[in-house]
Design a protein around this ligand. Structure first.
Ligand code: ATP
Ligand code: MG
Length: 444
């Protein structure tokens, strides 16, 4: 892609309305454009990143056997009246009346909708477990939308739901999602820690929030530092290994402020392992048994002939919030360099030809390199503008392709001036560069 043809409206300076670095960068490089409070359009660069995150989330859901569906954004109030949440949800719910005077709403979450789908078709324990998810826009009329897409009113979420015959089976489903979250965040190159959480308006009795550390995060967290050294993303999907995986995390104290208890914390965690800091919630999983299946009458026949309400859990990932969370974790705002992990980078590599007036040879060379890169599925952006070298580099550092090739004096003959965006320059032939990037991509 040529920079001159792309819609990447870069600003010279940080916009003053943005208080945290992710919001600054997203506005600065034109990833998003505010439409109204807490509601954004996603421009090409931001949309590319979000779609790549979505894809990784999807792959990891599929790997644990969850099935993708798509439920509507607009829901009928009827099912929410059945569950009892229509009144409870309060002012965060955007309520709409259609031309027949029917009460509708823009879904803030989908427990009711999915339970309604389930109960109309599944009647026997033999069809369980069922794991279903969708990736869809949500609306919550947040009282204080802020930090750009981090706390929006409209946001993009992956929400999954599990249906099981017993508590034991339901915990197995819960643990599968627990593992898929560890794997997902690892592929996004984030360290997300599962923390015991309050179940809030979703209700229930078992819950973990997945939190990444960031000074600008809105969640206060209290942990035993050693939990950060755990890495169990390669656990097998079978029951016993999943159970022992979750235990490994639960042996360490790690809670958000709703569950914090000073006495416990000081008793359980030795002074040198105590960490009190802030983080961003990127995912949240809940087990809530028959909280929805009971009032909504979602039951199945059991082996002995009896019936019981199905046991449910729900599992959310903030796909749009993750774009901001990755920026918070990876943006070097002092040097203005964005280090996107290759798994979600808007471009794999930036080609930066030094273009002199009346001499297109560097640009020709960049175009030829790009033909080879395309053949190898490597997505490049070429800065074909005639700006000076340092402003080209600045711009490309902000856009943040993980690799750069500079086509100037030092890229002589077959050897190209190649570097990781914040690393050392190497002179390598194109074939070697393709090999390095391909190897890196295959390892994601
Ligand atoms: P929070 O505590 O941040 O308000 P929540 O607990 O209300 O979030 P959940 O219902 O658990 O949110 O939603 C699942 C995920 O969706 C969250 O972990 C978060 O990543 C994301 N999310 C929730 N609210 C928003 C929002 N207003 N803007 C962007 N993402 C959000
Ligand atoms: Mg939550």
């Amino acid at each position: 892609m040529l920079l001159s043809n792309s819609f990447i409206p870069i600003l010279k300076n940080n916009p003053s309305e943005a208080k945290i670095k992710s919001h600054q960068l997203m506005l600065r490089v034109g990833m998003i454009k505010q439409a109204s409070a807490g509601i954004y359009s996603w421009l090409p660069l931001g949309f590319k990143v979000m779609k790549k995150i979505e894809d990784i989330v999807r792959q990891e859901q599929n790997k644990i056997g969850a099935q993708e569906i798509l439920m509507p954004t607009i829901q009928s109030s009827e099912i929410w009246k059945e569950s009892g949440r229509y009144d409870d949800y309060g002012e965060e719910m955007l309520r709409i009346t259609d031309r027949q005077n029917r009460e509708m709403l823009y879904g803030p979450t989908n427990e009711e909708q999915v339970t309604e789908i389930f109960r109309s078709s599944i009647k026997s324990y033999k069809s369980l477990p069922q794991l279903m998810y969708h990736i869809q826009w949500k609306f919550r009329d947040e009282i204080r939308p802020r930090f750009g897409i981090m706390r929006g009113r409209e946001f993009y979420m992956k929400d999954a739901y599990s249906f099981d015959v017993s508590d034991e089976e339901a915990f197995y489903s819960y643990n599968k999602f627990f593992l898929s979250y560890l794997r997902t965040f690892k592929r996004l190159s984030l360290t997300a820690i599962p923390m015991a959480a309050d179940t809030g308006p979703i209700g229930g009795n078992l819950s973990h929030e997945f939190i990444i550390l960031a000074d600008t995060g809105e969640s206060k967290i209290f942990t035993d530092k050693r939990i950060f050294d755990l890495d169990n993303a390669d656990t097998q999907l079978e029951k016993a290994s999943l159970e022992s995986m979750r235990k490994k995390y639960e042996q360490f104290y790690a809670v958000t402020d709703e569950k914090f208890n000073k006495e416990d914390f000081e008793k359980i965690v030795s002074k040198e392992n105590q960490l009190i800091t802030k983080g961003i919630e990127v995912g949240h999983i809940f087990y809530f048994g028959d909280k929805y299946s009971k009032p909504m009458g979602a039951s199945v026949d059991l082996p002995g002939g009896k019936k019981d309400f199905v046991k449910m859990g729900s599992y959310g990932i903030g796909v749009s919030r993750l774009v901001g969370a990755i920026i918070e974790a990876k943006y070097d705002d002092k040097n203005e360099i964005m280090k996107w992990p290759l798994s979600v980078a808007p471009y794999d590599i930036a080609l930066i030809p030094m273009i002199n007036k009346n001499d297109t040879s560097a640009l020709d060379k960049a175009n030829n390199i790009n033909i080879e890169l395309i053949k190898n599925n490597i997505d490049a952006i070429i800065d074909d503008t005639d700006e000076n070298f340092s402003s080209k580099i600045k711009k490309m550092n902000l856009i943040g392709a993980p690799y750069q090739i500079i086509i100037g004096k030092k890229s002589e003959g077959d050897l190209l001036e190649f570097k990781e965006t914040s690393g050392e320059t190497q002179n390598l032939p194109l074939s070697k560069i393709i090999e390095i990037i391909t190897k890196q991509k295959n390892s994601i």
